[in-house]
Ligand binder design. Structure first.
Ligand SMILES: Nc1ncnc2c1ncn2[C@@H]1O[C@H](COP(=O)(O)OP(=O)(O)OP(=O)(O)O)[C@@H](O)[C@H]1O
Length: 256
């Protein structure tokens, strides 16, 4: 369980997160919605202790600031928006890197059969099997996105932090990814905190939504609790939201 208590982040004089508090259960999926620059990415980075913050973040009762890096990587993994990969690495190479946290301390002696089997299963489940030996720099944006998702899943963390994971994915892959993430949660009871600009996908995936505006929580709850026109209009500062929500309802009916 993640317990975020009064977390604030500043960059210079700029307040990016302001007194954020919420909890995320081990098997809960929360999707964060908010306009550009509202602090969504910063929130994910802060949970991994990559950004200086005030307040407290407890992971299974222990402060994130006290976790050794390697132990933290078994608890929480982040899929960033921007991934850089050098030439020469195959899909299998990149996903195997997610298993690094499971190697014995000291000199790295290579991956075990357990690691290779773990990666093979992930590649098959994510539809990447055919690409296993391909060089990652030569893949499409969507294929790369799935490879990096597989890499963080190879860490076998108890919480996935996903920063706009549906970027670059076509509709088929988006729906398959959502189904895969739900299956992942159901089988492993791992929580997911995902940032989405696509409200429709966020609704489809999440148990709860967290609306973030100017670094503060505007609302948190299920769509039926907080998905009001007023909240969406306040969040995105547009009157057109009424039409958008009407089209969302049609999508939700189709996806049922
Ligand atoms: N390293 C940094 N130094 C200074 N300011 C930063 C830094 N990183 C982010 N910011 C600022 O913090 C604010 C929040 O950024 P953040 O990336 O968290 O927003 P976001 O909600 O994820 O945005 P988007 O939807 O556009 O990805 C922005 O004003 C951004 O300019």
């Amino acid at each position: 369980m993640i317990d975020i208590q009064g977390v604030s982040v500043r960059y210079g004089n700029h307040q990016i997160l302001d007194d954020i508090s919420f909890q995320l259960d081990d098997d809960e999926i929360v999707c964060v919605l908010g306009p550009n620059g509202s602090g969504k990415t910063t929130l994910l980075k802060t949970i991994l202790n990559l950004v200086p913050f005030s307040g407290e973040i407890l992971i299974n009762g222990q402060s994130v600031k006290k976790y050794p890096r390697k132990t933290l990587a078994k608890e929480v993994a982040l899929l960033s928006q921007h991934q850089v990969v050098q030439r020469g690495y195959t899909v299998q190479d990149i996903v195997l890197m997610g298993r690094f946290r499971y190697q014995q301390t000291g000199l790295f002696n290579g991956y075990s059969k357990v690691d290779f089997d773990y990666v093979d299963t992930l590649l098959a489940d994510l539809g990447l099997w055919e690409l296993k030996e391909q060089e990652v720099v030569k893949l499409s944006g969507g294929q790369k996105q799935l490879v990096f998702l597989a890499k963080i899943m190879a860490q076998n963390p108890r919480l996935l932090l996903l920063d706009e994971p549906s970027n670059h994915l076509d509709i088929k892959y988006q729906l398959e990814m959502i189904a895969f993430l739900k299956q992942w949660r159901d089988q492993r009871e791992s929580g997911i905190l995902g940032v989405f600009h696509d409200v429709n996908l966020a609704l489809h995936l999440s148990d709860h939504l967290l609306m973030l505006k100017e670094g503060r929580i505007l609302a948190k709850g299920s769509f039926s609790e907080i998905g009001t026109i007023t909240n969406f209009q306040t969040l995105y500062e547009t009157q057109l939201v009424e039409y958008y929500l009407a089209s969302l309802e049609k999508w939700q009916q189709l996806l049922k």
